[in-house]
Design a protein around this ligand. Sequence first.
Ligand SMILES: *Cc1c(COP(=O)(O)O)cnc(C)c1O
Length: 402
Amino acid sequence: MTQHPIAANGRGYLAIPGPSVMPDAVLQAMHRPSPNIYDGELLEMTATLIPDLKRVARTKGKCAIYIGNGHAAWEASLSNVLSEGDRVLAPITGLFGHGWADMARGLGVEVDVLDFGKQSPMDMALITHALKEDTDHQIKAVLAVHVDTSSSIRNDFTALRRAIDDAGHPALLMADCIASLGCDQFEMDEWGVDVMLAACQKGLMVPAGVSFVFFNEKAEAVRNAMPRVSRYWDWVPRGAPEQFWQYFNGTAPTHHLFGLRAALDIIHDESIEKVWARHAVLARAIWAACDAWGQVGSLKMNVAEAQNRSNAVTSLSLASPDGTRLREWVETNIGLTLGIGLGMGGEGERSSDGFFRFGHMGHVNGQMIMGLLGGVETGLTALNIEHGTGALEAAAAVIAKG
Ligand SMILES: *Cc1c(COP(=O)(O)O)cnc(C)c1O
């Protein structure tokens, strides 16, 4: 017999790590008839997106837009600088690192994997060592995920840059910032990142479907020396279009562009520094609550040290099958949707009963995070899952102090 949900009606919170919550201004900007793609407002508006995207990415490099999700940006970034038979180094801290590496293998690229597991960040000394061993500089690129959304590990890119420089190695540094852009601080130029990719449905608050590859002059030179690049993924015309259609190699993703315009306005009205600071305080509130819950029972954050955690997503474990029971209870009864555990179980396993995630990326504020935490507290109570007390007080204290 099915039971009635206790208190589910009302505006829900999709607290999964992408797609993220969409601002009403983004939805309203998209709610319109199709525009002319040959003349007029759309053409002028699209040109304004590029400098504002580069301000979020903190780069003076170029930006190519693709109609496609993050996986498309993975393939686009690789296709411009790597040919069949080339070699790359992939330091991996979760499922998404494996995914990008596998995308490279699909293009005939040889991948040297350095797997650091699912609970600690990259060990930079091992990366320097691997690059030093490559005395004839066969490795063309280092593929590194900034925030791996499965484990919620955040890697230190200033340290990674230093690790590559310490080896005196010329490989391109390529960063996946799909989860982190517009959430965790990222400084593409200052941190010496050559290629960076992102998608629009996480920190950028737009429905999935558009992604971005940013690249600097060093990466451009590598692209220009390529024997061949597939026409569709080629970033040259997209990064410096002479005609409007070249931005997208065909019809523009019209409504996504209007949504993105609204989202970038929201980000820059707040300022990217304040966006990072907001994510940081909300993340600390979440961690304070998790620490309190974890005093008793089995709930635990996946990443032990705060400095290695993302401000956009938190991966947690709870004795199996309580993680799944908790997710199902809060979704059914109080309108709160948590993220499934992803890639945290045994080898090759995509999801796992003992794991779940909080998405706290993009359009989120203090009352939403307190609602998320209050919702989890309610679920733990309803299901008699053992947990420590004082979680909400601890989180409130963090936000109150700012
Ligand atoms: C979400 C995500 C991806 C995949 O993006 P899709 O849009 O689902 O293809 C890749 N890498 C990271 C770090 C992500 O968070």
